[in-house]
Design a protein around this ligand. Structure first.
Ligand SMILES: O=C(CO)[C@H](O)[C@H](O)COP(=O)(O)O
Length: 226
């Protein structure tokens, strides 16, 4: 089965955890696309009432088009469950997100959710985080100086570019990716990055996910994380 088929499999599997009356955080990315498609069908077929809280314009547009009611996070009083993709998940169920530049909004939605589920194909499961570049959302002002500090710390930073233009996040910030290879102590790194002025949010999602649905050739596997 190719990667896209595995993504579709877990997107369709995850919809089983969404029930009538729920407020659901909807993540971003090519795996979540399949979740939103399956949810659109479920809303129509079962006539259930769902409120979706999207984490990107892309997800919001897709959900609206499929007949899913959408609200801004500021207009809901709680989020029952958020379902999102991930770029890497280690053996302790810590994750890297932000490959799709949405990790700031995804983290705000995730930490305000009662429960979080990640949906991934098997290639995202790893022993250590870090072979996927760690995204930082940074304030453009002074970002060159921040970049130099990160380089001096041996974090191997690169600005995320589109040709000669900086890729911009939803909040009009830049992305710096750190090429770390292997992150042995994610909590220590997280604290270090939290302390650096100019970084709005990093893509380490620690102690957040409750359940992971992994797509394998022989079917989806649901794993309780915490
Ligand atoms: O963190 C993300 C976006 O910021 C995505 O969840 C992550 O990049 C996974 O994407 P995909 O499902 O396309 O592989």
């Amino acid at each position: 089965m190719n990667q896209d088929a595995l993504k579709k499999m877990v997107g369709q599997e995850a919809v089983k955890y969404i029930h009538d009356g729920m407020v659901v955080g909807l993540g971003t990315g090519s795996t979540v696309k399949y979740l939103v498609e399956a949810l659109g069908k479920k809303v129509k077929k079962d006539k259930i009432h769902i409120v979706g809280v999207p984490t990107s314009h892309r997800t919001a547009e897709r959900a609206r088009r499929l007949g899913i009611k959408i609200k801004n996070i500021n207009d809901v009083d709680h989020i029952d469950l958020t379902i999102d993709g991930a770029d890497q998940i280690d053996r302790n169920f810590q994750g890297i997100k932000g490959g799709g530049i949405a990790h700031l909004i995804e983290k705000i939605v995730a930490i305000n959710s009662k429960k979080n589920i990640w949906i991934v194909d098997e290639s995202k499961m790893t022993k250590y985080l870090g072979s996927f570049p760690l995204p930082l959302e940074v304030i453009p002002y002074g970002s060159t100086q921040l970049f130099r500090r990160l380089a001096k710390m041996d974090f191997h930073p690169t600005f995320r570019m589109n040709g000669d233009q900086h890729v911009l996040t939803h909040s009009n910030n830049y992305i710096i990716d750190l090429h770390l290879g292997k992150i042995k102590h994610p909590h220590k790194l997280s604290r270090k990055l939290d302390d650096m002025t100019g970084i709005v949010e990093h893509g380490l999602f620690l102690d957040i996910v409750n359940m992971v649905i992994v797509g394998y050739d022989n079917g989806p596997k649901t794993i309780k994380a915490r």
